[in-house]
Ligand binder design. Structure first.
Ligand code: FAD
Length: 494
């Protein structure tokens, strides 16, 4: 279904030829060019990491992958591709979940992995300037000795790149505390679709000198240009972090709990994550946890992981203990049981249950991933509606959809709904899910993409969250930056 949808005309584009390869080899050393064309003749398997996405759902068609080392090299390649009308797919760690980083029609893949230098870090201001190809985890490691952390954190941190994070406007686990990348990114260096280098690599906190162009590239998913450099504000590392894992008897308690926790923990609350029962049991079956006593958990319907980040261990612990006590001893307790981490190891293992969920989903089968924003009160209703539909259509069970799981960032109103097809993707399942899920989300005035983006997966669903005027202006912006439509064609815009 997906390939049929995206097999639109790419007739305005040329594909890479041996002559083009000869040009690229003047710009890049042989080790930074992969191509199935002669004389390079890279084996098909070596191309696979660049042509297949993290889920194994999207299979790209690129015959050439280029790995530039500098902004200048990116610019030279883009200039050439523009002159030859060759489509370009910017690619970071290829961990995106909406088919945005793969080549739909033999566009060249421009992978930023060889641009991985930290350009500067100022431990006083916390401002980090880095190449776009730096892996998120390596940036965290770089600034950790100076007691700073990256303002974002996500399960893919070991592979995703900061340029990819910015291009998808990744949210993740710290958004509740440190806000979105639209706030923490101070500047960008971007190679535009004609090869011009746009130098907006500012390190200023304040700069009200007209249009803030960099904001356009945050979340543009590589459709407006290639991010090559990033200036980002990193917060000081909290001096004390703690987490608690709570089991709740039913979903109706989540919102009162969220209100109570916000009131009692105040400024030290840094994450409030939701895990439904199916997701929790799945995590346990894959060797994560158990983090709670099975008897005390009983038939809990859902779980919440709360993190605090503060500057005084004693003060934070006291707040947490008071919170837990009030939750357990209330006349009508909101929770069944809970645990407060007592060591760095336990802190990690509580987080592992939540962070490990995408990988567990992956191991269970082929996931249909819907990353949606809906009002908090509707989180579980959305999951239940989808499960109900699968059952009523005879698609629930090991022959089709084995599990429908929900987890996500309650604090950000972001639900990750995963529908797992045990035996693989099928048009029948997809037709049962779409547009059903998008209509469900739109009926609650939600967003069809809370944080993963549109990519090639959701171009047809953009209108559920953006009106026609907005889409028209998005098209005009695309036309201004990329009149030849060579930059990540077929992505984002329907
Ligand atoms: P890629 O996947 O390579 O690319 C993603 C998009 O950005 C593509 O459209 C690509 O063309 C474009 N792009 C990449 N680099 C550049 C560049 N330098 N210039 C211009 N365009 C570029 N996302 C969240 O928001 N929150 C989460 O909590 C979260 N958790 C995840 C957990 C797991 C296990 C996985 C696999 C993914 C998760 N994601 C999450 C998805 C998330 O979008 C990506 O992991 C990440 O932000 C993408 O970075 P990447 O370097 O892998 O980009």
């Amino acid at each position: 279904v997906w390939s049929a949808r995206v097999s639109r005309s790419f007739s305005h584009l040329n594909t890479v030829t041996e002559q083009d390869l000869a040009y690229f080899s003047k710009v890049l050393p042989p080790s930074n060019i992969l191509s199935t064309l002669p004389p390079t003749c890279t084996p098909h398997d070596d191309m696979t990491p660049y042509n297949v996405d993290w889920m194994g759902k999207y299979h790209g068609k690129a015959n050439t992958v280029l790995r530039p080392r500098t902004t200048h090299e990116v610019s030279e390649i883009v200039k050439y591709c523009a002159s030859r009308r060759i489509g370009i797919v910017p690619q970071g760690g290829n961990t995106g979940l909406v088919g945005g980083s793969i080549s739909l029609h033999k566009e060249v893949v421009l992978n930023l992995g060889a641009m991985s230098n930290v350009r500067s870090f100022d431990p006083v201001s916390g401002i980090l300037v880095a190449d776009a190809g730096c892996i998120l985890q390596s940036l965290s490691d770089h600034i950790a000795p100076d007691n700073h952390i990256m303002p974002l954190d996500l399960g893919a941190k070991g592979s995703c790149q900061i340029g990819g994070n910015i291009s998808t406007n990744a949210g993740g686990l710290r958004l509740l505390r440190y806000g979105s990348l639209h706030g923490s990114v101070l500047g960008l260096e971007v190679v535009l679709p004609d090869g011009t280098i746009l130098d907006q690599l500012s390190t200023l906190r304040k700069d009200n000198t007209g249009y803030d162009l960099k904001q356009l590239f945050i979340g543009a998913e590589g459709t407006l240009g290639i991010v090559t450099g990033v200036s980002i504000l990193t917060p000081p590392a909290p001096q004390a972090t703690n987490n608690v894992f709570l089991a709740l008897p039913h979903f109706d308690n989540v919102l009162p709990l969220y209100q109570t926790v916000k009131r009692q923990l105040g400024e030290i609350m840094s994450a409030f994550e939701y895990i439904d029962r199916t997701a929790y049991d799945m995590a346990l079956s894959h060797g994560l946890g158990p983090v709670l006593d099975a008897k005390e958990v009983g038939d809990a319907r859902c779980f919440v992981l709360i993190e605090t980040s503060g500057s005084n261990e004693d003060h934070d612990m006291e707040k947490l203990n008071v919170l837990l006590e009030s939750l357990m001893t209330a006349d009508e307790p909101l929770i069944l049981t809970g645990t407060l981490s007592q060591s760095p190891g336990q802190f990690e293992s509580l987080w592992a249950v939540r962070e490990g969920l995408p990988e567990c989903v992956q191991k269970e089968g082929k996931p249909y991933k819907y990353d949606v924003s809906v009002p908090l009160a509707d989180f579980q209703k959305v999951v239940d509606s989808v499960l109900g539909r699968m059952i009523s259509m005879g698609l629930h069970g090991d022959h089709a959809v084995s599990k429908v799981v929900g987890f996500g960032h309650i604090g950000d109103g972001n639900l990750h709904l995963n529908v797992i097809a045990k035996r693989g993707y099928s048009p029948e399942i997809e037709a049962a899910l779409e547009p059903f899920i998008y209509e469900l989300v739109a009926s609650r005035r939600g967003s069809v993409s809370a944080e993963h983006g549109i990519g090639s997966m959701k171009t047809h669903a953009l209108h559920y969250s953006k009106d026609s005027v907005s889409i028209e202006w998005m098209r005009k912006i695309k036309q201004v930056f990329d009149p030849l439509n060579i930059m990540n064609p077929g992505k984002v815009l329907p």
